[in-house]
Write a new protein. Structure first.
Length: 305
């Protein structure tokens, strides 16, 4: 019995293997050509209206759509490799699009019937496109070298940029930001202009120009000291007086100078250069302290001698 079973498998082995191979090919041809139905997820590509148009899309579009097709099983299996996509024309800004087989882009020489879409349609939301001038906001990061400060406010050139996009997004903008000015490497006084890009508030917006020149003025650090009701000294006549007899003094100096100031150093003066023995004149108040600028209230007094 065992010999008979062995002979059934080993007799004419090559012929049997060849017959088995032919059977496999025939099975593949028969079942591969059978009519079948399947679904494929395909990428959705859209043509939007041009930037110059007056409508802008503000909704969302699905990245892909599932299509149901009928054809041979082998063809449907081959299509699942990403060879199919859909192209939808939105240049006329439609509010409702129903998918149809003409939108499906199949590879050449592929024959399948597109029967259904999931979803079958999409609703689209559009808005008026507007352009508006928006101020540029500038800021600074870090600090310059020791004893230096950023003097005054930063300036931008231009001060405004044109922002174009959906009306609801453009009209609520109070400003757009430029990149921050980094002053950490500055070691001397002067005016430092920097070309800096504008940060786009939303990818739906277009900005022109896309960069501005931001300038920072760097100056020596100063502090102020105020002295009230300081007597005014008349230089010239020996018995001169002033009206009013005192002024308020404000000194602007480097911080180390301000810290070292003493009350007796604060001597505001008026200079009377006259050959007359008596008289009066309106004279400016002065005060000289090294590395300091002085201002007075009032800045002029009436000198009498």
């Amino acid at each position: 019995m065992w010999d008979r079973i062995k002979a059934a498998f080993t007799e004419n082995l090559n012929l049997k293997l060849l017959s088995f191979a032919f059977a496999l090919v025939l099975y593949s041809l028969v079942h591969g050509g059978q009519d079948a139905r399947g679904s494929i997820s395909v990428d959705l590509e859209v043509n939007l209206p041009p930037e110059s148009g007056d409508k802008v899309f503000i909704g969302s579009i699905p990245r892909d759509v599932r299509i149901f097709v009928r054809g041979s099983s082998q063809t449907i299996d081959n299509l699942r490799g990403g060879a199919v996509h859909m192209l939808v024309d939105l240049t006329d800004a439609p509010e409702h699009v129903v998918f149809n087989p003409k939108m499906v882009r199949l590879p050449d020489n592929v024959r399948v019937e597109v029967e259904q879409f999931e979803p079958p349609y999409i609703d689209l939301k559009w808005e008026q496109r507007v352009t508006r001038d928006v101020p540029v906001q500038v800021s600074v990061v870090g600090a310059p070298a020791k004893n230096l400060v950023v003097k005054g406010a930063l300036t931008s050139e231009p001060k405004t940029v044109k922002v174009r996009g959906p009306q609801s997004a453009v009209m609520v903008l109070q400003y757009v930001r430029a990149e921050a000015v980094d002053v950490r490497t500055i070691t001397s006084e002067g005016l430092y202009p920097r070309p800096l890009a504008i940060e786009k508030p939303s990818p739906r917006l277009r900005i022109d120009p896309t960069s501005v020149i931001v300038s920072a003025e760097i100056a020596r650090e100063v502090s102020t000291a105020k002295f009230q009701k300081v007597p005014v000294v008349v230089v010239g006549p020996s018995k001169g007086t002033t009206l009013p007899p005192t002024v308020d003094v404000t000194l602007t100096c480097p911080p180390d100078v301000v810290r070292s100031l003493r009350q007796e150093q604060i001597v505001p003066e008026v200079d009377v250069d006259s050959k007359e023995t008596t008289g009066s004149a309106n004279r400016p108040v002065t005060l000289k302290i090294e590395r300091c600028e002085a201002s007075f209230q009032p800045p002029h007094v009436v000198a009498r001698w």
